[in-house]
Write a protein that binds this ligand. Structure first.
Ligand code: AR6
Length: 171
């Protein structure tokens, strides 16, 4: 089941939440800062052992103080105008996060709107990529995939993309 909600991803009791991290994996602002604050210092200690993460890739840690069991840290692209491979790198974040979740037999996962904050990716374009990529992945492996948006505006973009897909299914 694909769902769009508005809320704080750190509050979700779910198998895994995805973090929009940076290549150091050592914390930052936005959702990354919120996740590190809520998870506590054990998370930073584990992240230090991971040797960072490339853009478009993902790595998993335990959830520590979060209600989520695991955190999948992915690094979205910084928006540079759209001609530097940003679309493909963003799609890769969603794809790799789902692959890692599947490898760990996780059945429920929540994504934030990766790259659409500090990294400046246009929200509507990012939502189209997020919905298209998640829909194309092997969704039958999951019970629940949530787009956890931080604003109504972001949620509206995701809902619009989901309904456009359904209209294509049933013309
Ligand atoms: N729950 C859900 N979504 C959130 C939350 C939250 N608690 N907080 C913010 N968002 P951003 P990026 C939304 O900036 O653009 C960090 O410093 C936010 O409104 O968190 O990928 C990292 O360390 C936006 O829609 O991530 C990197 O340096 C979305 O999450 C850099 O920011 C992503 O915004 C990554 O930038």
């Amino acid at each position: 089941m694909l769902e769009v909600i508005v809320g704080d991803i750190t509050s979700l009791a779910i198998d895994a939440i995805v973090n929009a991290a940076n290549p150091s994996l050592l914390g930052g602002g936005g959702v990354d800062g919120a996740i590190h604050r809520a998870a506590g210092p054990g998370l930073l200690a584990e992240c230090r052992k991971l040797s960072g993460c490339a853009t478009g890739e993902a790595k998993i840690t335990s959830g520590y103080g979060l209600p989520a069991r695991y955190i999948i840290h992915t690094v979205g692209p910084v928006w540079q105008g759209g001609t530097s491979g940003e679309d493909d790198l963003l799609a890769s974040c969603y794809r790799r996060s789902l692959e890692i979740a599947r490898d760990h037999q996780l059945r429920a996962i929540a994504f934030p709107a990766i790259s659409t904050g500090v990294y400046g990716f246009p929200a509507a374009r990012a939502a189209a990529i997020a919905v298209k990529t998640v829909t194309a992945a092997r969704r039958e492996d999951f019970e629940q995939i949530i787009f956890c948006c931080f604003s109504e505006n972001s949620a509206a973009h995701h809902r619009r993309e989901l309904s456009a897909l359904h209209e294509n299914d049933h013309p």
